[in-house]
Design a protein around this ligand. Sequence first.
Ligand SMILES: Cc1cc2nc3c(=O)[nH]c(=O)nc-3n(C[C@H](O)[C@H](O)[C@H](O)COP(=O)(O)OP(=O)(O)OC[C@H]3O[C@@H](n4cnc5c(N)ncnc54)[C@H](O)[C@@H]3O)c2cc1C
Length: 382
Amino acid sequence: MTAPVVIVGTGLAGYNLAREFRKLDGDTPLLLITADDGRSYSKPMLSTGFAKNKDADGLSMAEPGAMAEQLKAEVRTHTRISGIDPGHKRLWIGEEQVAYRDLILAWGAQTVQVPVEGDAEASIFPINDLEDYARFRAAAVGKQRVLILGAGLIGCEFANDMSLGGYQVDMVAPCEQVMPTLLHPAAAGAVQAGLEGLGVRFHLGPVLTRLQRVTEGLEAHLSDGTLIQCDLVVSAVGLRPRTDLAAAAGLQTNRGVVVDRQLRTSHANIYALGDCAEVDGLNLLYVMPLMSCARALAQTLAGTPTAVAYGPMPVTVKTPACPLVVSPPPHGCEGKWQVEGQGSDLKVLCHDADGNLLGYALTGTAVMEKLALNRQLPALMA
Ligand SMILES: Cc1cc2nc3c(=O)[nH]c(=O)nc-3n(C[C@H](O)[C@H](O)[C@H](O)COP(=O)(O)OP(=O)(O)OC[C@H]3O[C@@H](n4cnc5c(N)ncnc54)[C@H](O)[C@@H]3O)c2cc1C
């Protein structure tokens, strides 16, 4: 019997690749293996669930059985692969070995955990998949005060969402502004002001050092001496691409699993895409890049080797308190920033020495200019 094409992971990368592959090849056996429950969902919706009053079941789009049928595939859930043996084209699930024709790593990124003293670490919730979200929703019932660790894109989205859901939100992060790696300070100021308008309280600079249970909830101790009373803590301090199993199998890894533009790892018949992959030097943890990769890789797996190309990849950040679209300049490109507009409506543009647009951040009503600006942006990977 022909060994199947095996996809590890049923997030947006795994399921979208399977869908694209099935458009081109309806016959080759396809096996998807996932450590989680295999439900299909759109991860970006996790930071909109409180405002929309949707629990995990409400955000789930399809059960794994329905996905298996739709994809003419086997979907193995709650199954964690534990090793890869590239020389023999097989992988390990504990003692069990599974042969593959081609193996695709779509196993995502894991949440970074920060060490915290005290007796309440169990009240810190990372939210990186539907099951995390279900646990957090259950814990949030009847609670009112949430502390968010991290002021990046995901932390700000949760701050906005939970405020709209009726929670009092405090945010702690060891940086001077929100989304420091993504935003010019002017745009960051507009987003922070928008969130403050919803009642979010910012504590930028210190870190959480101790979390302690008290009679009425939790007491969070910050490194600058501030004390915050809260009921729950969301950890949004960052994501790290999963690389350990790949490195142990001898695959080249760097920030992510290293792949070329055909999404090939350093071993024949093993590919990677999505949050875990570093594609020609770029590890982009967003949906648009993984969709481009899924289309290209499906072609390759169906017999037509195809390189991926990335156009401009602007990101719409879900902070309705201050609408934001951002397209940072390509990595390594130096440019000059210019800020137009006022208040929450800012157009922050980055140009090179010849006047070419390299990137932008648009806030408030300025987001309406994104389509016109997108046409001027350089491709991230031509
Ligand atoms: C709250 C939130 C909001 C976001 N909003 C946006 C947005 O607005 N726009 C945007 O572009 N991006 C957004 N993102 C990022 C985007 O959602 C991700 O880039 C994308 O979903 C990653 O998909 P993935 O399939 O690569 O990884 P994942 O969805 O993490 O899937 C990984 C899969 O691998 C499985 N797995 C892991 N290890 C193993 C193992 N050893 N064995 C078997 N299976 C394993 C997991 O169970 C899972 O099925 C957001 C992310 C978050 C967390």
